[in-house]
Design a protein around this ligand. Structure first.
Ligand code: HEC
Ligand code: HEC
Length: 350
């Protein structure tokens, strides 16, 4: 009898110990080789960013994830990449028209979603940066975003035991430098690939569309596809989609960079995947709802000399057509991507 009690106690304690180790090594945050294997979705073109020069490894991805969610990249340790790029919004910022940065400063543009970045030839609304690896230098050093500099970031990382451990695990030696920091971030953001929306499943014949969704797709192909080219829903070009310039912001788009006349008031065509989740819309976040966007294209295009000629083919949409296009846009939501555990905040308690 006594033996039996001791035996039962032993089993109970063992289970408790096992459960405890389970909590410490939470499988939710575990990254395996399989998790960082680059899979090009069927029908997608060849990526522009080349991971051969930044070989994907679980421990480098884990480092990138930690950095993405860490306030340490900002001057006063209050802002992380994820402050502006929220996972549930496909890494855009829900409900803020313009980005909110350090010292409560308001930026000049709407935070774009981060997705399918390795297919982009240039980043930002005006295409001002053409390297995924160099892109983070912009927010880190921007006085209204993170107001930090790379030398200081590296000093902070070197003084941080956890980062010393993570860099060593990732790169197998003790060197901590900005190249490694930027490459790790690019592994994390570069793998943010969305390709499992209802639209994708319909295209792969794994799902069906309602009549409204089918009509929406037809209308989309006739009126929007010219710029929002499938399967990425952008042709990577710069266009004016008939928005009147906000006279307070005076954002000249690509012209601000190039100072070439034809580039004034044109912006990079955004991909529309997960559009349901990335509101508000446009470079200045002027539209809160998808309905407002569709009404813009139907009723309030500003046909000045800047407006792209392909806008003429849209014409006035009737109420049914607007509803159908709306239904189609909702098929671009990819819950598998939005809830992909690989991109979750590792500091989050599960
Ligand atoms: C204060 C808010 C803020 C912070 C912090 C921030 N971003 Fe951004 N991010 C933006 C805004 C706004 C843009 C668009 C800027 C523009 O068009 O001029 C952007 C653009 C981008 C883009 C280009 C996306 C595209 O499709 O063109 C990437 C990639 C990106 N950010 C990654 C990061 C990373 C990595 C960090 C952390 C090192 C970071 N961001 C920190 C607001 C922020
Ligand atoms: C002439 C090219 C062109 C055509 C045609 C076009 N768009 Fe756009 N679209 C753009 C550009 C450029 C932007 C970004 C403009 C900006 O922010 O200044 C944009 C932005 C959007 C956005 C907001 C994206 C975001 O992340 O904020 C949505 C939604 C959208 N378009 C849907 C449509 C639909 C639906 C149609 C067809 C009815 C359409 N577009 C036709 C070029 C085009």
């Amino acid at each position: 009898m006594k033996n039996r009690i001791i035996y039962t106690l032993f089993i109970l304690i063992s289970i408790a110990v096992l459960c405890n180790s389970f909590v410490i090594e939470n499988p939710y945050f575990k990254i395996t080789k399989k998790d960082v294997k680059l899979k090009i979705p069927k029908g997608f073109p060849k990526p522009i960013y080349n991971f051969k020069k930044n070989k994907l490894k679980p421990d480098i991805f884990i480092l990138g994830r930690k950095l993405f969610y860490d306030n340490i990249l900002s001057k006063d340790n209050t802002i992380s990449c994820s402050s502006c790029h929220q996972r549930i919004a496909a890494f855009a910022h829900i409900d803020h028209k313009l980005s909110h940065g350090i010292y409560a400063k308001i930026g000049t543009r709407n935070v774009p979603a981060l997705q399918n970045l390795i297919w982009k030839d240039a980043y930002m609304w005006d295409g001002g940066i053409n390297s995924l690896e160099l892109q983070p230098i912009n927010p880190i050093t921007s006085p209204i975003e993170m107001d930090e500099n790379l030398v200081n970031v590296i000093l902070k990382l070197k003084a941080n035991k956890e980062y010393v451990r993570l860099f060593k695990k990732a790169y197998k030696d003790t060197l901590i430098n900005s190249e490694r920091l930027l490459k790790a971030l690019a592994q994390f953001t570069g793998l943010m690939i969305t390709s499992n929306s209802k639209y994708d499943k319909y295209m792969r014949k794994q799902d069906t569309f309602s009549l409204a969704e089918k009509n929406g797709l037809k209308l989309f192909r006739a009126k929007c596809e010219h710029c929002h080219k499938e399967p990425l829903f952008t042709d990577n070009s710069y266009r004016n989609n008939g928005l009147k310039m906000d006279t307070a912001l005076k954002d000249f788009g690509r012209g601000r960079l190039t100072e070439i006349n034809k580039d004034y008031q044109i912006f990079k065509v955004p991909g529309l995947r997960n559009i349901e989740m990335t509101y508000p819309y446009m470079h200045d976040g002027r539209f809160r709802k998808l309905k407002d966007v569709i009404n813009h294209y139907s009723n309030s295009i500003n046909y000045d000399e800047k407006a792209d000629s392909s806008l003429f083919r849209i014409g006035n949409l009737n109420e049914q057509e607007k509803k159908d296009i709306h239904s189609f846009l909702l098929t671009l939501t990819d819950k598998e991507f939005l809830y992909d555990r690989r991109f979750a905040d590792p500091n989050m308690l599960q």
